[in-house]
Each structure stands twice: as C-alpha cells, then as structure tokens.
Design a protein around this ligand. Structure first.
Ligand code: PMP
Length: 360
C-alpha cells in the first residue's frame, strides 16, 4: 500500500485511522454480519450510529440545546436554496460576497427574493475579507449570509460580521471542526462533509430551533424543509447512511485528539510552517492578505504560469498530490485540513525549498 500526501480541496484527506477502522468493519459491522452500507436505516444498529454521531458532534462544538443537528444530502450547494426557502420570510437577505461559493449562494437567494450583496472583495480577486463592522444591513433582512472560509481563495473571517441584530447564516464547509466556534452567535451553520469530516453528498446543518417552522416559502418541497428532517431526526427518508457513519468516526477521532482547541493549535502550527516559508521565499508568494489567511486552504503562485505547471508536475511525482489551484484562479493551492499530518506540510515545504534552489 502506498498513500500520498493529498492536498485536495475536497473531497479531501481523511484520517488514516478512520479509513482503517471502516475497512476492518466493511464486511461485518460489529457482529451484524453486514456492512453499514447494507444496513437498514431503521435498524437499531444504525440508530446507534446516527445518535452517537449527533451526540459526539454536539460535544465537540458545545452545541446549545436549543439548536438542532441535521445530517442531510445534496451537498453544501443544496443549502444555497434551502436557506432562503426556509428563512426568507420577508424575502430579503444580505450576502457578503467573498468568493465563488458566496456568489453562488447569493445568486440562488435571488431566485426567492431580494438578495443584496452588501459587501464584496471581488475588486481584489477575493484576496481579503471586507471590513464587516458597519455594513449597510437591510432593515428587513431575514438573515446575513457569509461563507466563513473561502476554499478557492484561501481567506477566512477572523471576526464575524456585525449583523446589526440580524440572523447570521454561515457556510462553514471548508473550516468545519477545524477550531472551536461559538454556535450561539449563528442562526444556522451548514457544512458539506467532504473537506474535514467525511464523504461528499452528506451535509451537516446546525439550526436554532425557533427558526424551524412550517412558515416556509410557498412551493418549498417537503424534502427541502428543515422541519421535515428535524421532526424525523434526519430519518425522514433514507439518509446518506454510510457518509454519516464515516462522519461519526471522524468526530470520535477528533475527540481522541483532544477536541477542537487541540485541533486549532495543531492547524495553526501546520499552517505557520507553510506561511513562514512563503513569507521568506523569493520564488513563491501567498496570494492572501496576512490577516485574513485561512488555516485550511493556502493558495500561492510563482507569478509564472509555466513555472506553476512545472511545480504541480514535479510535486506530483514526489508524492504530493492535488496542489494545482482551482481551475478559475490557476497557481497552486495546498489544502491542509484536520487530517493532513504535520509531516505532509513539512514534506511540502522541503519540496518547495528544493524546487526554489533548482529553479529560483
Ligand atoms: N461551499 C464551500 C465553501 C465549498 O468549498 C464548496 C465545495 N468545494 C461548496 C460550498 C459546494 O459543496 P458541494 O459540492 O457539496 O455542493
């Protein structure tokens, strides 16, 4: 067996311990004589899996009792529609546009009402987070929407926007469980699983219970109402059973690692190695303003497209996979999620140093 260091932005690296455990349980899950993939979602064994996943997640994030946790399907993108369908009662929402995912969510919001882009960092290719201390928040806004970590551009909110009392909705797909968060500051958080917690398709929603009502936009399908899934404990229909099982294992792995405080410290140490290298390099350059740098996604360039391509090619040959930047921005991007070991980042920096000596 030969595993590479996988710097993909998502689907992305998962903890080896989790994959090994899932592999050992593949043919016979704990004496049931079947794989979790083959198991009824109504069985006792599966109910235990989903219950434990929820309770471990609640423990990790200290989710207050008045918040519901949902394990849904449709990826993070489905939430771009579910959020307005369920929360846009006045048909007005404010979006802070810090990259393509926020932009897509804002466009989706426009299908259901007035979705205002109240701030944007498009003027500098989304390389920073706008000042959100005094935004022109709409008086009748149902919510203020952010993409908290911008996977493509490598920016992260270090302080949450001043929503002037309005609900905050956050897409945390690419920073989910990478550090502690105060859930009580949000009305709703959602995260696609395929970066920090599990297989693609599964999406986790954490929503304040008073926001879960029957009062949704007319025509909202049953499957797209939060209430449907809250009432059924995420088992209204067949949920992404295997995905939830893997997420549950990742939650246990995070607990064993010391929880989110410990994870934050580890992630900061890892990211520092890479950012420190970039800051002194004469060949490579980080593309994000220092104060808004993500701990999870680190984009960088040489300034020469051919050199970038050569770097991607040679790094792949050295066992460092998926370092090519997003197709819309070019350059390179190292995604260093929770499960990327420190050794992987050190190996990357060694490789970059060597590359610079050879071509710089
Ligand atoms: N939001 C963010 C921040 C993302 O990075 C992504 C995917 N890379 C999405 C949303 C879309 O996720 P999905 O493909 O699961 O719909």
């Amino acid at each position: 067996m030969s595993r590479v260091y996988n710097f993909s932005a998502g689907p992305a690296v998962l903890p080896e311990e989790v994959l090994a455990e899932a592999s050992a349980e593949m043919l016979d899950y704990r004496g049931t004589g079947m794989s979790v993939m083959e198991m009824s979602h109504r069985s006792k064994a599966y109910q235990t899996i989903i219950d434990e996943a929820e309770s471990d997640l609640r423990g990790l994030l200290h989710i207050p009792d008045n918040y519901k946790v949902l394990f849904l399907q449709g990826g993070a993108s489905q939430q771009f529609a579910m959020v307005p369908m369920n929360l846009m009662k006045n048909k007005v929402a404010d979006y802070i546009v810090t990259g393509q995912w926020a932009k897509k969510a804002c466009s989706e919001g426009k299908l259901y009402g007035t979705a205002n882009a109240v701030a944007s960092s498009a003027d500098k290719t989304f390389s920073y987070i706008p000042d959100c201390s005094d935004l022109p928040i709409s008086e009748d806004a149902d919510y203020v929407y952010i993409c908290e970590n911008n996977t493509i551009y490598g920016t992260k909110y270090k302080t949450l926007p001043n929503t002037k009392g309005k609900l905050l909705v956050a897409d945390q797909s690419s920073c989910f469980l990478s550090e502690p968060v105060d859930v009580s500051k949000y009305g709703l958080i959602f995260a696609g699983a395929q970066k920090n917690v599990g297989p693609a398709g599964t999406v986790i929603v954490i929503v304040r219970e008073d926001l879960v009502t029957e009062d949704v936009l007319p025509g909202t399908p049953t499957m797209l109402r939060y209430k449907t899934h809250v009432d059924a404990g995420s088992l209204y229909n067949t949920p992404p059973t295997y995905g939830i099982y893997i997420c549950g294992k990742v939650f246990k792995w995070l607990k064993a690692k010391g929880g989110l405080e410990a994870m934050k410290q580890y992630n900061e140490e890892k990211a520092k190695i890479l950012y420190d290298f970039l800051d002194q390099s004469k060949l490579f350059k980080g593309t994000v303003v220092k104060q808004d740098r993500s701990l999870m996604n680190v984009p960088f360039v040489t300034g020469d497209e051919e050199m970038d391509a050569l770097f991607v090619k040679e790094s792949k040959a050295a066992g460092l996979e998926n370092l090519k930047g997003h197709r819309t921005v070019g350059g390179m991007r190292a995604s260093i999620y929770n499960a990327m070991p420190m050794e992987g980042v050190k190996k990357l920096v060694e490789f970059m140093d060597d590359f610079e000596t050879r071509y710089g």
